[in-house]
Design a protein around this ligand. Structure first.
Ligand SMILES: [Mg+2]
Length: 269
């Protein structure tokens, strides 16, 4: 706890969910697809250091696909031509490498399937019962496929994915724009919307906007890392938020360890 003055409680009318790593354990599938791409690519080029999961969290996690490719390559001092999204997976361009990763991800999804996190489904059920609006805001171009594979395809009227962002030229995470767009599509002000994210780039996106609360979900990035990049609250399972979101929430002061969810006096639409 701190003695810092608390801002007035925000009434929450919408919750904006990242997908991979928040609703479904697909961040891990993305991680493996990126590892397959970059282990091979860096190895063939003789580039060091070898690719590790730390690279995933530092340069790739949560970002639009081609931004992730560019960012990782830059960390090894490599700049490739941008190419075009229609490039084949064999092309040595930013888009070609990104498309290789996507093909690998699609293969893993098709062969292994995906089940939503039970705690996340419990929260979706809870929010639906209480009439809280919900959207998925994902950098992935595969978001609708993943939602369908996980049996969540009919849960969200608004899905802001990588394809929507590209179509409307909306800046990707860590910019707040895709989350703000999701809130707007639901007809809810950002100030009355909660962002739920597992990636550093995603909590940065939430913190850069005018949202009621940024919830970090620690699936490996680390609670302290998520807090230091803008998460107001960190949980390890969304079931911890059942009965909490959508009522009046006092946003905790930065640096406070109070989860700020005790004030349930407010109402929600
Ligand atoms: Mg994620």
């Amino acid at each position: 706890m701190t003695d810092s003055p608390q801002p007035p409680p925000a009434v929450v009318h919408a919750v904006l969910f990242d997908l991979d790593g928040v609703l479904t354990p697909t961040a891990e599938v993305h991680m493996r697809a990126w590892a397959a791409l970059f282990t091979d690519y860096l190895g063939r080029r003789g580039l060091t250091p070898d690719y590790t999961d730390d690279d995933y969290f530092a340069y790739v996690d949560g970002k639009p696909r081609y931004d992730g490719v560019r960012s990782l390559l830059a960390s090894r001092g490599v700049t490739l031509p941008e190419g075009d999204p229609t490039d084949p997976p064999t092309a040595e361009t930013v888009c070609g490498l990104g498309n290789r990763k996507n093909a690998e991800f699609a293969t893993l999804l098709a062969t292994e399937g995906v089940a939503a996190y039970p705690g996340s489904v419990a929260l979706l059920d809870d929010l639906e019962t209480r009439g809280i609006a919900m959207a998925v805001v994902s950098s992935s171009a595969n978001a609708r496929d993943v939602l369908a594979a996980a049996g969540l395809g009919d849960r969200f009227g608004v899905v802001v994915d990588g394809l929507v962002a590209r179509e409307h030229a909306i800046a990707g995470k860590p910019a707040p724009d895709t989350y703000a767009y999701g809130a707007a599509q639901l007809g809810v002000p950002s100030r009355a919307s909660v962002v739920v994210e597992d990636a550093v780039s995603g909590v940065q996106a939430g913190a850069a906007g005018d949202f009621a609360l940024v919830v970090g979900v620690d699936r490996g990035a680390g609670a302290d890392v998520l807090r230091s990049h803008g998460a107001d609250v960190v949980v390890t399972d969304l079931a911890e938020l059942v009965g909490v979101l959508g009522v009046s929430i006092a946003r905790p002061a930065r640096g406070s360890t109070d989860d700020g969810t005790d004030d349930r006096s407010g109402g929600a639409a």
